[in-house]
Ligand binder design. Structure first.
Ligand SMILES: Cc1cc2nc3c(=O)[nH]c(=O)nc-3n(C[C@H](O)[C@H](O)[C@H](O)COP(=O)(O)O)c2cc1C
Length: 157
């Protein structure tokens, strides 16, 4: 499948932990998407800010990636679900970077309400092949998805 890159955004580190687990198991390169302006305030105020951003389809500015996407054939992309879709930082990534011709493998962490996140990723990656998506549920920071199923999925990457 060629060279693989893990790209992820994480606010409370659930997605980051999965990304790092994938990295250790696959040896793929890894790159965090970072917002220029960090989200601040308590959790509930970020949840409320996130709602407004999703409703406005706001694309928060992100720092330039430290990698050249052209070097990779497969992008394993991780995002938390924010208000039934992917996070604004990932929205910016998907609109700013050219993923055409690549294989996109999404992993999506969430609290049980994934909504239309996977459909939205497919729709935003029209010129790529989206495959093998996984939905990983957390209860706050405790993974509900079983570790063995996660390992099985990782083993297929
Ligand atoms: C702004 C915001 C909106 C969220 N919206 C949803 C949602 O629509 N559905 C859901 O299941 N979880 C939602 N969550 C919970 C996160 O998706 C979940 O905790 C995720 O694992 C967090 O990943 P992270 O630690 O990588 O940021 C939301 C969290 C935040 C901060």
């Amino acid at each position: 499948m060629g060279k693989k890159l893990i790209v992820y955004y994480s606010y409370t580190n659930n997605t980051k932990k999965i990304a790092e687990q994938i990295q250790v198991a696959t040896g793929a390169d890894i790159c965090e998407i970072e917002t220029v302006k960090p989200y601040t305030g308590d959790y509930n105020s970020v949840v409320a800010q996130g709602k407004q951003e999703i409703e406005r389809r706001f694309k928060t500015e992100i720092k330039p990636l430290r990698v050249n996407l052209g070097d990779y054939d497969t992008i394993i992309i991780g995002t938390p679900v924010w208000w039934y879709t992917y996070s604004p930082a990932v929205a910016t990534f998907l609109s700013e970077y050219d993923l055409s011709g690549k294989t996109i493998i999404p992993f999506v962490t969430n609290g049980g309400w994934i909504g239309h996140t996977l459909k939205d990723i497919e729709n935003s990656c029209k010129n790529a092949t989206v495959a093998n998506a996984i939905d990983i549920r957390f209860d706050i920071d405790k993974m509900i998805f079983t570790e063995s199923n996660l390992k099985k999925w990782i083993a297929c990457l």
